[in-house]
Ligand binder design. Structure first.
Ligand code: MG
Length: 395
């Protein structure tokens, strides 16, 4: 009978570029790392952690599912980006602890592997898509075989159809480099424009189109799914299995993109994987975030039969340190002591073999960087976009 591992400490670290790491320590000196990043809402998550700390310091870290259910159900209000991102980070840290305690990677505890390596894709082009071909060629050089790009800049409720032709050309140009390309609509387009763009892109066979409409529109996305053959992907702004349910029941989804740092951690990502498999929907976890979230995604990818491809944030345009001029970095590998575990070979990364999450966090660097960042910088915010007439546009 293993001895309990009572939680003695729950700390959070705000670090550049825009991440929130969680460190959980137990009375038997185990340490687990999680990531509860909610981009642009850092202070809200820190507040949610004040509550989780009050409730779970003293709890047995072995009881991951009891802690998950208590956090989810026992404060009456539940779900949504803030509470679920905080719970996600705690859940990931608890799985890291359990794996380290038992001396096995998390994927062993989820039932073992169903694949030998994990396909990944990188990001090209910023939010005003340009230079995409040059970026695509760089990605190919780095070992990727698939990339994702934004479809458009800001688009109004009814823009000129000519606004969409550039996007089609960019997709054609990237496809010509030999890479597969997914196109993120980012919920920027409303229905009148999104259905035109989806039709125009269809002959160029994007790997998938992502968030063709906002996640408030399951019925309209289901209509789109019936009108085109291109796979429809979404899920980064859905939290728990319950949020995926209408998309599955309405046949509006081909590729599920839960984000492990928002959806409820490794526990809920694993459950969403099983749920979506039942609907013949592929799993492609969203992850423009840090190394802990990425490692957590890989743990589930290894064990999920419907896993298709994993987003990887290495060299994504967000990954900049505010003191970049001083030579400081804030990229996927920056806070890791064993960065080579994320090496890309032929479009894939290897199955992580270390105990727990299989990554080693450079704790000294996290502590030092976080203290300086909090003292000197405001947390990351996304831009607010406005159209020519001054009205707010979706970012
Ligand atoms: Mg997206």
């Amino acid at each position: 009978m293993p001895t309990p591992s009572l939680i003695t400490k729950l700390e959070v670290f705000r670090v550049p570029p825009r991440w929130l790491f969680v460190r959980v320590e137990t009375q038997d000196n185990l340490v687990g790392w999680g990531e509860g990043t909610l981009e642009g809402h850092t202070e809200a998550i820190e507040g949610a952690y004040a509550d989780l700390r009050e409730r779970f310091v003293g709890a047995d870290a072995d009881n991951i599912q009891d802690i998950w259910q208590t956090a989810y159900r026992a404060r009456f209000y539940r779900g949504g980006p803030v509470l679920m991102s905080a719970l996600s980070g705690l859940d990931i840290a608890l799985w890291d602890i359990k794996g380290k305690k038992l001396g096995v990677p998390v994927w062993q505890l989820l039932g073992g592997k169903v694949r030998e390596r994990i396909k990944v894709y990188g990001w090209i082009g910023g939010d005003s898509p340009s230079d995409v071909v040059e970026n695509a060629l760089e990605r190919r050089q780095q070992g990727f075989t698939a990339v994702k790009m934004n479809g458009t800049d800001a688009v109004s409720w009814l823009d000129s159809p000519s606004e969409l032709l550039d996007a089609v050309q960019r997709v054609k140009d990237v496809r010509a480099t030999g890479l597969d390309v997914a196109v993120d609509f980012h919920g920027r387009l409303h229905k009148s424009m999104a259905k035109q763009l989806a039709k125009l892109l269809e002959p160029h066979q994007p790997l998938f189109i992502e968030e063709p409409l906002l996640p408030t529109q399951p019925e309209e996305i289901a209509d789109l799914a019936r009108a085109i053959s291109t796979p429809i992907a979404l899920g980064e702004r859905l939290f728990t299995r319950s949020d995926f349910r209408p998309y599955l029941e309405k046949r509006a989804l081909d590729v599920a993109q839960p984000d492990v740092a928002h959806c409820g951690g490794i526990s809920e990502l694993h459950r969403i994987a099983a749920l979506t498999e039942m609907y013949d929907v592929a799993l492609a976890p969203h992850c423009p975030l840090g190394p802990i979230a990425f490692a957590a995604c890989l743990q589930v990818a290894v064990t999920s039969p419907n896993f298709a491809i994993q987003e990887m944030s290495w060299k994504i345009h967000y990954n900049k340190h505010p003191d970049e001029a001083a030579g400081l970095e804030a990229d996927l590998h920056t806070y890791m002591s064993n960065p080579s575990v994320f090496d890309i070979v032929d479009g894939h990364v290897a199955v992580l073999q270390g105990p727990g999450l299989g990554i080693e966090i450079n704790e000294g660097l996290v502590r030092e960087t976080s203290a300086k960042y909090i003292a000197e910088q405001k947390p990351w915010r996304n831009p607010v976009w406005r159209g020519e007439d001054g009205s707010v546009r979706e970012w």
